[in-house]
Write a protein that binds this ligand. Structure first.
Ligand SMILES: Cc1cc2nc3c(=O)[nH]c(=O)nc-3n(C[C@H](O)[C@H](O)[C@H](O)COP(=O)(O)O)c2cc1C
Length: 327
């Protein structure tokens, strides 16, 4: 049995490890409430980006990624979590309640937990080596295991449509009031414990990078003009588009990213075409043939040769968690 003391320290370190989860603009829009046998995950709406993420999808997907990270981090230290997603419809910001009990650690838990601190959002052009079929199958089953579908968008018709939707979303967001301000506030940072550092952004617009968001200029590169991005593209989708589906999409995003990292692949989530109504519908109807609700796009591939990317900063445990001993 776990003693209370071990419980508290193990749970705290699991939450600290889970804080490495990806989030839109590294806003880390989550708050944890930690009891003796229970952990609650709450959305932190003070970190919502209304101009970028008008319908709150990115915020819920980010929290879903943190939820999967914490489940893996707990499992890796022998704690089983029974998860109740959106346990109280009257309290929409309470996204999950985890009931903790002693459990067993599997090899798979350890493999994914081991990938958490090494995962990076990599915006550099990827090598043009193909991802082998058995690696794709592992990525697809990682998504299915969390209740979502990873649809590979192969070269040809759908890929061209997806690339055009990414370009169109960028063009529309440029004119959206508040979008540029949020981008300037949250990205291209030189200090702080949140936001996207300049050290993780490209230092000049690299041609051959059509699948990317336009960020302020950063420190990586430059890459030679004409350097093509060899990344493969995939869309993560769910059967519905309610809050529960978005949360599960975030869990699936985390599972796919950590599996990819453990396979040595580079990854970059792209949410821009989901943030604009018209391009979101294009993804649903013309890329996914109307069969799934798209939740996020992914660039996947082999990383370029070069120095590893630095880790992005995270807020401290005291800033993201409240400990309540009496429940
Ligand atoms: C829901 C969501 C949306 C994101 N959208 C984008 C995006 O459109 N473009 C991009 O380059 N990165 C995107 N990211 C990646 C974040 O910027 C990244 O996770 C964050 O800066 C932390 O860095 P890290 O992933 O290297 O830890 C997104 C991440 C999440 C979870």
């Amino acid at each position: 049995m776990l003693t209370d003391k071990v419980d508290q320290r193990a749970v705290r370190s699991a939450i600290e490890l889970a804080s490495h989860a990806p989030s839109v603009h590294n806003g880390q829009p989550w708050k944890w409430t930690v009891g003796r046998r229970v952990v609650h995950l709450n959305a932190d709406r003070t970190r919502w980006l209304p101009a970028t993420d008008a319908d709150g999808r990115d915020l819920t997907v980010s929290c879903g990624a943190a939820l999967h990270h914490v489940r893996i981090a707990l499992a890796a230290v022998g704690i089983r979590a029974a998860v109740h997603r959106i346990p109280n419809p009257g309290e929409p910001d309470r996204l999950a309640t985890l009931e903790l009990a002693p459990g067993r650690t599997t090899e798979a838990d350890l493999e994914l937990a081991g990938a958490i601190t090494g995962r990076r959002t990599d915006r550099r052009p990827f090598s043009d080596w193909q991802i082998p079929g058995d690696s794709w199958r592992r990525l697809e089953s990682a998504a299915v295991g969390q209740g979502a579908i990873l649809r590979i968008v192969s070269v040809g018709g759908p890929r061209a449509v997806l690339l055009e939707a990414i370009r169109e979303a960028g063009a529309q967001q440029k004119d959206r009031p508040g979008y540029a301000t949020e981008l300037a506030m949250w990205t291209g940072r030189r200090a702080g414990d949140d936001g996207v550092p300049a050290a993780n952004l490209l230092n000049a617009r690299t041609t051959g990078m059509p699948a990317s968001r336009d960020f302020p200029e950063g420190d990586i590169g430059p890459y030679p003009l004409g350097r093509q991005d060899g990344a493969e593209l995939a869309v993560l989708g769910t059967a519905s588009d309610d809050a529960l589906s978005r949360l599960r999409a975030g869990e699936a995003l985390s599972a796919v990213l950590l599996t990819a990292t453990s396979l040595g692949l580079a990854t970059c989530p792209l949410s821009q075409p989901l943030e604009v109504g018209v391009t979101r519908r294009t993804l649903r109807d013309d890329v996914l043939s109307g069969t799934l609700c798209p939740q996020i796009v992914l660039r996947l591939g082999w990383p370029p040769v070069g120095a590893p990317l630095p880790a992005t900063p995270r807020r401290s445990f005291a800033d993201i968690a409240t400990v309540e001993q009496d429940h």
